[in-house]
Design a protein around this ligand. Structure first.
Ligand code: MV4
Length: 447
């Protein structure tokens, strides 16, 4: 096992990784930007070192600074967390050259799953259901028209190097396809340095169901169940829950088996998430694989009792996965508390947290980097805290999560806590009428 691990991330996930290191008896070194000098992760880690100025490009995305910091502090491994460099294949490659272990999958898996068209092809080749569409980049608009005509409108254009909703355009007829195709190409070129697009049948109001997988280097590839992440706003997840509600047991079983088969087929190692869409008839389709730890990982941890970050570090150190010591039980729901103003179209807010009182009590977990006096830097995402509630069933989890939100005190900045309580109380959410338009409908009602 490693004696020292470098954390190339910030905020709540950096705190989370410090905690996993402490439980494993590993010294933690957190790399911080000048804007995060007094962050909670810096306060809790065994050591810390500045990796550059506030802007991400100069710090958390600065591979030379991160590698140098890891080497200078004598770290044997680097954990990228999520976001930033977590799916950048250059980081594991450079780590390998420098004799540092990357806590994550091989660079080849990052590359392969980073090309969303190729990911479809790999999954389809082992019988994982995919949305009708193309498994490689479209040659041109003429070909897109031909394929769209054969699968039927509406269709969705997606950037091969995109993901997470970036670079997607829905076309409901040939005229829209002709209009959007060059725009989508230009956007993809700008955002991802590759204009490649692929096409899928557009699924109206889908549910987003994902499967957590873990694979070690001793032949074990397993799933840790499903999560439903349909409650999103502009591709940002707001509420996540496990197991995915209102799906037949047979579907839950089959989707997990497909995810494991897909991960094993690409020789996946470490933690990953296989993402599916579920249509109105309950059919599921693979859309992409996330080759990193997810923000919503605590939902699976609280359901299964497995510490995913601990398993990630163990796998990277060449040790076998510690299998779950109990059956998944109950129902778990997480909400993301952000520094955004719902009254102003969720624009991010900055400022100083003048008072902070996190919730607690039975079935509540809080993953956060907040403290009273903390000033939110303007450079990064708006996530302040993840509040996770576990109950014997979904209704109890909802009730506990609402109790926790009602208790939560974050003063000095506007947060989404009141909005989250309204969302939890909405009939759509309570009646499990989950789909990716639910939040938009609730916001429309509130106006
Ligand atoms: C789709 C889709 C409908 N049909 N693909 C958005 C993010 C990325 N994970 C894929 N996404 C979607 N892909 C087809 N063929 C609808 C979405 C989508 C979505 C998916 C899951 C959760 C929330 C979403 C919000 C908007 C669009």
């Amino acid at each position: 096992m490693f004696s020292k691990l470098f954390i190339a991330n910030r905020g709540e996930i950096a705190v989370r990784i410090v905690r996993a290191c402490r439980d494993l008896g590993i010294r933690s070194v957190v790399g911080y930007s000048e804007a995060d000098r007094d962050s909670l992760a810096v306060q809790l880690a065994d050591e810390s070192i500045c990796i550059g100025p506030g802007p991400s490009a100069k710090s958390y995305l600065n591979i030379p600074n991160i590698i140098t910091a890891a080497l200078l502090t004598g770290c044997e491994a680097v954990h990228p967390g999520y976001g930033f460099l977590s799916e950048n294949p250059y980081l594991p490659e450079i780590c390998e050259h420098c004799g540092i272990v990357f806590v994550g999958p091989p660079a080849e898996s990052l590359r392969e799953m980073g090309d969303k068209a190729r990911a479809r092809e790999r999954m389809a080749s082992v019988g994982v259901p995919t949305v009708p569409g193309t498994n490689r980049a479209l040659r041109n608009l003429a070909e897109a028209r031909e394929i769209a005509a054969s699968i039927g409108y509406p269709v969705i254009l997606k950037a091969a190097m995109g993901g997470g909703g970036r670079g997607m355009r829905v076309a409901r007829n040939e005229a829209e396809l002709s209009h959007y195709y060059p725009l989508a190409e230009a956007e993809a070129e700008t955002a991802f340095a590759r204009a490649d697009l692929y096409l899928e049948k557009y699924i109206e109001r889908p549910r987003h169901v994902e499967v957590q997988v873990l694979a070690d280097r001793h032949g074990t590839t397993l799933d840790l169940g499903t999560r439903d992440c349909s409650t999103q706003r502009r591709y940002q997840k707001v509420i996540e829950e496990a197991p995915a509600p209102a799906l037949p047991a047979a579907t839950l079983q089959s989707i997990a088996e497909d995810a494991v088969r897909g991960a094993a087929a690409i020789g996946y190692v470490n933690a990953g998430t296989v993402e599916f869409l579920v249509d109105g008839e309950g059919r599921y389709y693979f859309i992409e694989m996330n080759t990193r730890l997810q923000v919503e990982h605590p939902v699976t941890e609280e359901l299964t009792g497995v510490d995913l970050v601990r398993q990630q570090i163990r796998i990277a150190a060449g040790e076998p996965i510690e299998l779950p010591d109990r059956e998944p039980s109950g129902h778990v729901i997480e909400c993301r508390v952000t520094a955004e103003d719902p009254e102003r179209d969720f624009r991010p807010v900055v400022g100083t947290v003048t008072a902070y009182r996190p919730p607690g009590g039975p079935g509540i977990r809080v993953d956060s980097h907040l403290w009273a006096g903390y000033t939110i830097p303007p450079y990064y995402d708006s996530l302040l805290a993840k509040i996770i509630a576990r109950g014997r069933n979904r209704d109890e989890a909802i009730a506990r999560l609402d109790r926790a939100l009602a208790e939560t005190v974050i003063e000095g900045v506007v947060t989404t806590v009141p909005f989250l309580r309204r969302l939890l109380a909405s009939p759509d959410f309570r009646d499990r009428n989950l789909h990716t338009e639910a939040v938009r409908s609730l916001l429309a009602e509130a106006r």
